[in-house]
Write a protein that binds this ligand. Sequence first.
Ligand SMILES: Cc1cc2nc3c(=O)[nH]c(=O)nc-3n(C[C@H](O)[C@H](O)[C@H](O)COP(=O)(O)OP(=O)(O)OC[C@H]3O[C@@H](n4cnc5c(N)ncnc54)[C@H](O)[C@@H]3O)c2cc1C
Length: 277
Amino acid sequence: MSVATAVEVEPFRHFDAEVLAVRPVGASLVRVTFGGPDMRDVTTSGPDQRIKVFLPAEDGLAVPVPTGADWYARYRALPPAGKPVMRTYTIRAARDGEIDVDFVLHGDVGPASRWAGAVAPGDRVVLIAPDGRYPGYRDGERIGADYAPPADADWQLIAGDETALPAISGIVAVLPDDCVAHVFVEVPAEGDRVDWAVPPGVAVTWLVRGEGDLATAVRAANLPPGAGYAWLAGEAGVVRALRRHLVGDRGLDRGRVYFGGYWRRGKSEDAPHEEED
Ligand SMILES: Cc1cc2nc3c(=O)[nH]c(=O)nc-3n(C[C@H](O)[C@H](O)[C@H](O)COP(=O)(O)OP(=O)(O)OC[C@H]3O[C@@H](n4cnc5c(N)ncnc54)[C@H](O)[C@@H]3O)c2cc1C
């Protein structure tokens, strides 16, 4: 007699992903579409869904990516010479067996930016991303996706730089018709602006670096009365200061402010985290 046992599916898993398409989006980002046979079950659990991207070694040698439940401990224990580069990105869009990821091209200084500047269809990476077979996702569970306005929020403040633009594009698309929100996005160039169709109560302010910046614009913003919710992401120091401003000067409940340090000026994602990070 055979007994069928339910196999427990973990919320995230490693995927072998192939680059299917590459196209510029705006002046500073490139959209990479990942797919291939192993990507069949990939999914997303929210508009700011984070994933891990393991880049191939720059010398062309395949570097094995640790797998299994303790992959992270084993990854950290690898000697620098044999360690694949791991970076954090956002799922910009998910379709059947495919995802889009928008990479900021911030120059030749980082392995991910360098990789994205030269990527071509057929290239391969390993991703750690949500596995759609995990039952919780069907019940609306969010894992690695932080945008979560409380049901009683009267208004929202969404603010970020170009690294948060993929997430903000996703957030803007799920704002309900009766939503009151102010969206601030700081981008490197005029050509990065996106014309979103937004509900009537949503104001969008684009800040082109050199002419305007997030810190000044948010501090000057006229925030509506009532209970707010803020989602902030971008350079860690900027975002930390904005959160302090919202909680300290504007009286927002700290539990209603999400802030994500998406990158740290002068520090690689590999650099150890200080307490302030
Ligand atoms: C949850 C989350 C989601 C993210 N989503 C995205 C996304 O969808 N798209 C995206 O492009 N990025 C995203 N990021 C940011 C991305 O992970 C970092 O920018 C990362 O440092 C890039 O890796 P790198 O190898 O290019 O540079 P690193 O090796 O990490 O850094 C090298 C140097 O480049 C600088 N640097 C890093 N990023 C930038 C930047 N954007 N502009 C200017 N200088 C920079 C660092 O300060 C450092 O001096 C996300 C980060 C997090 C935590």
